[in-house]
Ligand binder design. Sequence first.
Ligand code: GRF
Length: 203
Amino acid sequence: LRIAVLASGRGSNLRALLEARDRGELDAQFVGLFSDKPESGAVRTAREHGIPVVAAKPRDFASRAEHDEFLFSRIEAVQPDLIVCAGYMRLISEAAVRRTTGRMINIHPSLLPNYPGLDTHARALAAGDGEHGASVHVVIPELDAGPVLAQVRVPVLAGDNADTLAQRVLAREHALLVETVKAIADGRLRLGADVIGYRDAAL
Ligand code: GRF
């Protein structure tokens, strides 16, 4: 399976995928790491693993659409079977999302449809939720709103703050993302506008 990864941060989800590949658990070729943050840990990790990197700062582009066009034309050029957003912290324009035809997934630190967007751990704590978690979903133009492929539930513990909860969730995200990508790699899970049953409106 040819996988392109989009990431902006430390890259622990990227690393989890690479470690699964190195353990022989995941039959995948990583065809590129695409980032808005050239100095990020994810970029460094990709380079350490010999994965081609395309990093482009949004401020070097006149608009969001041009920055997306730069990245997504280069993503298309490596012909991925799957695009994984692993901590990509930019809103992706509708035009760019449509180009991925239901083959882009995202890992989000909440039990969707609860808490789309940012600061999910603080919001779950503020709501007094007894559990929180993470979701892998198909990316559609609306933020954090596409069909959920897999979820993991994580207990909220007494004395938790946003950091301790985020840490507990992040540890479980790695296995969730790896298991979902493995299912896609071995055909147990099929993606694509046709399979997900998207009408044109969504994609
Ligand atoms: C993860 O919590 C992910 O769910 C969210 O951003 C974080 C990325 O972490 N989208 P990392 O860069 O993979 O360590």
